[in-house]
Design a binder for this molecule. Structure first.
Ligand SMILES: Cc1cc2nc3c(=O)[nH]c(=O)nc-3n(C[C@H](O)[C@H](O)[C@H](O)COP(=O)(O)OP(=O)(O)OC[C@H]3O[C@@H](n4cnc5c(N)ncnc54)[C@H](O)[C@@H]3O)c2cc1C
Ligand SMILES: NC(=O)c1ccc[n+]([C@@H]2O[C@H](COP(=O)([O-])OP(=O)(O)OC[C@H]3O[C@@H](n4cnc5c(N)ncnc54)[C@H](O)[C@@H]3O)[C@@H](O)[C@H]2O)c1
Length: 480
C-alpha cells in the first residue's frame, strides 16, 4: 500500500524573488529549517546592497576618510614634504585616483556577491538567474528579462518577495550615465569630477556629497529643505551642514531642482526659484521607488501602498498568509539590517520556528558622512512633540579628553531617557565612527537599562565612550 504523505508533512517549497540582504537571509534561514529553497535573482546575489549601494558607497567613503586623515594630519603635527630641485622642501599634492578607487570598490562588491552565492549554494539553495514574477499566490514564473521569454516556473508553499528598490528618476533630469548620474552610475567615473552638483540632501545625497568633497571635488548640494538631512536629528544635521560649509561645499538650502540640462562642457541645474548652477556632473539622489511594478502582485491580491511598497505586518507577512515581503520593497525602514532581519523572521514564521515580531524602535542606523551620525530609538522631535515622554541630555565631544587628543572638534553624544524611570529610550552620536559607538546605547535600549545602570558600566579612559557614560551620569535624578 502506498504511504500517504500529507501536504503538511512534505518538505516545504519556498520561492524567493530577489537576492539582496532580505532574500539572502530568508534563503539561508529557509534552508536551515529544512525547506527546499529556490532563489530567483536577476543581477547578482547580494542585490543592490552589495553591488551598487552599501558596499560601493562605504568603500568610497573609506577612501574619503583616508584622504581627510592625510589632510588633517597637519593639525597633529605630521608634515609631509619632498625636496624640490632647489633642495627646499615642498608640499606634495594629495590626489585620489578615482579609476583605481572605483576598480577596487567594484571588485570588492563582486567578490562579496560571489562569496554570498557560494554560501547559499553550500546551504543547498537553488539559485536561478532571471526575472521572477508571481502567477497567483502559489506560483512563480521566471523569464529572461522584463519583456523576455518565460523559461521556468515553480510551485511554492511560501513566497518571499524581496525585490528591493531602484533610484527614482525625474523626467526633467534623466540620467545619461555620463554627466547626469544616479548613484549606481557613479562608479564608472574615471576622474574626480571637477564640480559635482548633488541634487537631494537625504542620506544618500549627504553621504556622496561628503565623500566627493573629501576626495577633492568641488561640490554643490541642492537641498530642498531648510536644513540638510531632513527627518534626522536637527542638532546632528546642523553639525554636518556646518562641517560641509567649512570644508568648502556650497549648500543651497530651500532649493529644488526643476530640471537638469546637459551642455557641451557639463551640466546646468535649474532651480525652481529661477536660479541655476553650473557644474561638470550632477548626481540625482532624490530617493528610490520599489521594484514592485509588473511582478503580479495586484493579480495575486497582494495589497500595496500608493507608493508601490507592499504592506506587511511585524513578521513581514503580507495580506496573503503564504506570501511575505521583506526589505526595501516592503513598507519598512529601508536599511540592509532591517531587510535581513525581516528575511529571517519571515522564514521562521512561515516554517514554524520561534519568532520575535520586529520592532523598528531599536533599529540603529548610521549616516556615513564625516563625522558620522548614528541614531537609535525615539527622537528628540518626538519627545518635544509629546509623542514620547522623555528627557534629553547632550554632551559635546569637544569636552572629551580623547577627542581633544585626536583633534576632534565637531560632534556630540545625546541620550534620551524616559521621564520618571530613567530608562534609556534613544540616543544620537555624531562622531568619527559613530556607527561603532552607538552599540552600547542600542544595547541599553534593547535591555531597558536605566541611565543609572548605563552610568555604572566602566568605559576605557581615555575614550569617546566616556561621553556616553558621562551623559548617563548627568541624567541621574536625585530623589527629593
Ligand atoms: C547609496 C546607498 C547607500 C546605502 N547604505 C546603507 C548602509 O550603509 N547601511 C544600510 O543598512 N543600508 C544602506 N542602504 C540601504 C540598503 O541598500 C537597502 O536597504 C537594502 O539594499 C535593501 O535590501 P533588499 O534585500 O530589500 O533589496 P536589494 O538590495 O535592493 O536587492 C534586491 C534584488 O532583487 C533583484 N530583483 C528585483 N526585481 C527582481 C525580479 N523581478 N526578479 C528577480 N530579481 C529581482 C534586484 O536586482 C536586486 O538584486 C543604502 C542605500 C543606498 C541607496
Ligand atoms: N547609511 C545608510 O544606512 C543609508 C545610506 C543611504 C540610504 N539609506 C536608506 O535609504 C533611505 C532613502 O534615502 P535617500 O537619501 O536615498 O532618499 P530620501 O527620499 O530620503 O531623500 C531624497 C531627498 O531628495 C529631495 N528631493 C526630491 N526631489 C528633489 C528636487 N527636485 N530637488 C532637490 N531635492 C529633491 C527630497 O526632498 C529628499 O529630501 C534612507 O532613509 C535610508 O534608510 C541608508
Amino acid at each position: 500500500m502506498m504511504e500517504r504523505v500529507s501536504a503538511f508533512e512534505r518538505k516545504q517549497r519556498v520561492v524567493i524573488i530577489g537576492g539582496g540582504p532580505g532574500g539572502y537571509e530568508a534563503a539561508l534561514a529557509g534552508a536551515q529549517l529544512g525547506a527546499e529553497v529556490t532563489l530567483i535573482e536577476r543581477t547578482g546575489v547580494g542585490g543592490s546592497a552589495i553591488l551598487t549601494d552599501v558596499v560601493p558607497s562605504k568603500s568610497l567613503i573609506a577612501t574619503a576618510e583616508s584622504a581627510a586623515a592625510i589632510r588633517d594630519a597637519n593639525q597633529l603635527g605630521v608634515q609631509f614634504s619632498v625636496r624640490g630641485a632647489s633642495g627646499r622642501p615642498q608640499k606634495p599634492e594629495v590626489a585620489v585616483n578615482l579609476r583605481a578607487v572605483n576598480r577596487r570598490l567594484l571588485s570588492l562588491a563582486a567578490k562579496q556577491s560571489l562569496d554570498m552565492k557560494a554560501d547559499l549554494e553550500r546551504a543547498g539553495v537553488t539559485i536561478v538567474q532571471g526575472e521572477g514574477r508571481l502567477d497567483g499566490p502559489g506560483r512563480v514564473v521566471v523569464s529572461t528579462g522584463r519583456q523576455g521569454a518565460d523559461f521556468d516556473e515553480f510551485e511554492a508553499d511560501t513566497i518571499v518577495v524581496s525585490v528591493g528598490a531602484t533610484p527614482r528618476q525625474l523626467a526633467s533630469a534623466m540620467p545619461d550615465g555620463e554627466r547626469i548620474l544616479t548613484w549606481t552610475q557613479l562608479y564608472a567615473l574615471e576622474e574626480v569630477p571637477e564640480h559635482l552638483i548633488v541634487v537631494g540632501s537625504g542620506v544618500t545625497g549627504a553621504e556622496f556629497a561628503s565623500a566627493y568633497s573629501l576626495i577633492g571635488a568641488e561640490v554643490t548640494l541642492v537641498s530642498s529643505r531648510e536644513q540638510v538631512l531632513p527627518g534626522e536629528d536637527a542638532d546632528a544635521a546642523a553639525v554636518i551642514e556646518d562641517v560641509f560649509r567649512r570644508q568648502g561645499m556650497h549648500v543651497l538650502s530651500k532649493s529644488r531642482a526643476e530640471r537638469v540640462e546637459r551642455t557641451d562642457e557639463g551640466v546646468v541645474v535649474h532651480l525652481t526659484d529661477g536660479r541655476s548652477v553650473e557644474g561638470s556632473h550632477c548626481l540625482m539622489a532624490v530617493g528610490s521607488i520599489p521594484n514592485t511594478d509588473g511582478i503580479g502582485l495586484e493579480e495575486a491580491g497582494i495589497e500595496t501602498k500608493d507608493s508601490g511598497h507592499i504592506l506587511v505586518n511585524r513578521v513581514a507577512r503580507t495580506n496573503l498568509p503564504n506570501v511575505y515581503a521583506v526589505g526595501d520593497c516592503a513598507d519598512a525602514l529601508p536599511l540592509a539590517s532591517v531587510a535581513s532581519m525581516q528575511g529571517r523572521t519571515a522564514m521562521f514564521h512561515a516554517l514554524g520556528d520561534a519568532v520575535d515580531p520586529i520592532s523598528m524602535r531599536t533599529v540603529a542606523s548610521n549616516i556615513f558622512t564625516q563625522p558620522e551620525i548614528a541614531t537609535v530609538g525615539w527622537t528628540q522631535k518626538q519627545i518635544e512633540d509629546g509623542i514620547a515622554q522623555g528627557e534629553v541630555y547632550r554632551i559635546d565631544l569637544a569636552t572629551n579628553a580623547r577627542a581633544k587628543m585626536m583633534g576632534i572638534e565637531d560632534g556630540f553624544v545625546k541620550l534620551f531617557a524616559r521621564t520618571g524611570s530613567g530608562t534609556v529610550i534613544g540616543g544620537v552620536i555624531v562622531a568619527p565612527k559613530a556607527s561603532e559607538l552607538i552599540f552600547p546605547v542600542t544595547m541599553a535600549m534593547e535591555h531597558r537599562l536605566t541611565v543609572d545602570q548605563l552610568a555604572r558600566v566602566f568605559p576605557v579612559f581615555p575614550s569617546l565612550t566616556v561621553s556616553i557614560a558621562d551623559a548617563a551620569r548627568a541624567m541621574h535624578r536625585v530623589e527629593a
